[in-house]
Write a protein that binds this ligand. Structure first.
Ligand code: ADP
Ligand code: MG
Length: 331
């Protein structure tokens, strides 16, 4: 009991981080969560634990259930079955306490277009109970964090899509949440804004913020997230670090070749080496475990394929998604 209490105090004071010890406590627990919209099951018996300080990626195509999951955690939607526990408190037990701990960046922008950036943040800050000097200080800090200080007096309707996204992110941070839910925050924005968002999220995570980041871009999940959940049709199909996930692939290597001009006879000769998939303009041959590359390339040459037509690539989350679902993330 005493040790447990000291451990909590140490964690809250952030000593674990500075001492380089990773705290293991759970920030968010989803326990057999099911959500239906009429006949459609948007989340299907999802169980998931997210540790304090994690940068967790939720990777899945459109319609997978990512936004639904986030809306349940924020309390905006209600599940048909299951339980959500945030920082030891079950959702529904202490709504105000839970709201104070969560920051939510919704997929659809939630901003007042006719007001300027500062006025928008003032409104959101007041919703979170901030006022006076504290509100001013947090508004200034969050505007600076998303690099919009210079533009603070300009109407949001004059902002680019990327600037609006950054302001949306700033609004979610005003009350210094412990868990940030980012729902596809980079869709359709310029590279500069995307990088500004990545840099800020990575900094916030280093400072201890737990982040759940949804995306259908495997590059983002690969770059940002320490652990990834692959979701499709409301089910978590894979869960782990990038390396753990990729280790589930039956083969380590994928050879791509153009679809145009490849004779069927050549494909038949390559078939024993792995699984062949058609991906847009290319074939992907997922080599079987244990295939010797030299032997494969020798056979390809015999089949009349030049080395230049064949490209060897490292497996990616896209390959894993294809392996798990038979389709690509963008389909
Ligand atoms: P994602 O965010 O991964 O694109 P969503 O959580 O938005 O997926 O949607 C999951 C599924 O639930 C989809 O099939 C979607 O059409 C459906 N859905 C989402 N919201 C509603 C709603 N309010 N009413 C009916 N169906 C919905
Ligand atoms: Mg969504």
């Amino acid at each position: 009991m005493t040790i447990g209490w000291i451990w909590r105090v140490v964690q809250q004071a952030g000593f674990c981080r500075t001492a380089g010890i990773e705290p293991q406590s759970t920030m968010l627990e989803l326990d057999h969560l099911t959500k239906r919209y009429s006949a459609l099951t948007a989340l299907d018996d999802v169980s998931l634990q997210i540790g304090r300080g994690e940068f967790f990626g939720l990777l899945g195509p459109n319609g997978a259930g990512k936004s639904t999951l986030m809306s349940l955690v924020t309390g905006l939607g209600a599940a048909e079955a299951g339980r959500i526990v945030l920082d030891g408190v079950a959702l529904g037990e202490d709504s105000a306490g839970i709201a104070a701990k969560i920051g939510y960046v919704p997929q659809t922008l939630a901003l007042y277009e006719d007001l300027n950036a500062e006025e928008n943040l003032s409104i959101f800050g007041r919703l979170y109970g901030l006022s006076g000097a504290k509100l001013k200080q947090r508004t200034a800090a969050c505007l600076a964090a998303v690099q919009l200080t210079d533009r603070r007096r300009q109407a949001v309707k004059t902002f680019s899509g990327g600037m609006q996204r950054r302001l949306n992110l700033a609004a979610s941070l005003l009350h210094s949440p412990q868990l940030l839910l980012c729902d596809e925050p980079t869709v359709g924005i310029d590279p500069q804004s995307r990088n500004a968002i990545f840099d800020l999220l990575q900094q916030l995570n280093r400072d201890g913020l737990t982040i759940i980041y949804s995306t259908h871009y495997m590059e983002e999940a690969t770059r940002l997230c320490s652990r990834i959940g692959i979701i499709d049709h409301g089910k978590i199909l894979g869960l782990g670090s990038l390396d753990e996930l990729l280790a589930q692939l039956p083969s380590a290597e994928v050879v791509t070749l153009p679809r145009a001009g490849i004779p069927v006879a050549a494909l038949e000769q390559l078939a024993p080496f792995g699984e062949l998939h058609q991906v847009s303009e290319q074939y992907e041959l997922h080599l079987k475990a244990g295939v010797r590359l030299a032997e494969f390339f020798a056979s390809a040459q015999v089949a009349g394929l030049s080395d230049r037509a064949l490209q060897l690539k490292r497996p990616t989350l896209e390959d894993l998604f294809l392996h798990l679902t038979g389709k690509t993330l963008r389909e």
